[in-house]
Ligand binder design. Structure first.
Ligand code: THU
Length: 128
């Protein structure tokens, strides 16, 4: 699937000199376009940003919203499927539709299809 290759290719630009762990993410929009991102680390480790948040923030800041998003894929060169961290799940749970397809990939581009509902079923989502 083209989306999977885009997620893998996004790791080319990973800035991860501290962990040497490259993560790529791609969003497929309903208009056929793709938005890609990768993790960007910092010498002050806590300021590092995951690929998933880079990518969703790119999409939102280019004027797209959850209804424009068809699917997301996340890639890492791992044996098992990569799993987004808790911070990314919280952000994605607000910016993706509950049923948006999220493909977690491994190094062989095998995929596990999930939704944010699967990954964060009881996330914080209301101030009332
Ligand atoms: N990372 C991501 O970009 N996405 C994930 O799903 C897991 C972790 C990044 C953060 C950090 O740059 C590196 O991977 C190691 O934790």
């Amino acid at each position: 699937m083209e989306l999977f290759l885009k997620a893998k290719d996004a790791t080319i630009y990973s800035y991860s000199p501290y962990s040497n762990f490259k993560v790529g993410c791609a969003i497929e929009l309903k208009n056929g376009k793709f938005i890609c991102g990768t993790n960007i680390e910092n010498i002050s480790y806590g300021l590092s940003m995951c690929a998933e948040r880079v990518t969703i923030f790119k999409a939102i800041s280019e004027g797209y919203d959850k209804d424009d998003i068809k699917a997301m894929a996340v890639y890492a060169e791992t044996k098992d499927f990569v799993r987004p961290c808790g911070a990314c799940l919280q952000v994605l749970s607000e910016l993706l539709n509950r049923d948006c397809k999220i493909y977690l990939l491994n190094k062989n581009l095998e995929s596990k299809e999930v939704t944010i509902e699967d990954l964060l079923p009881m996330g914080f989502n209301s101030l009332e």
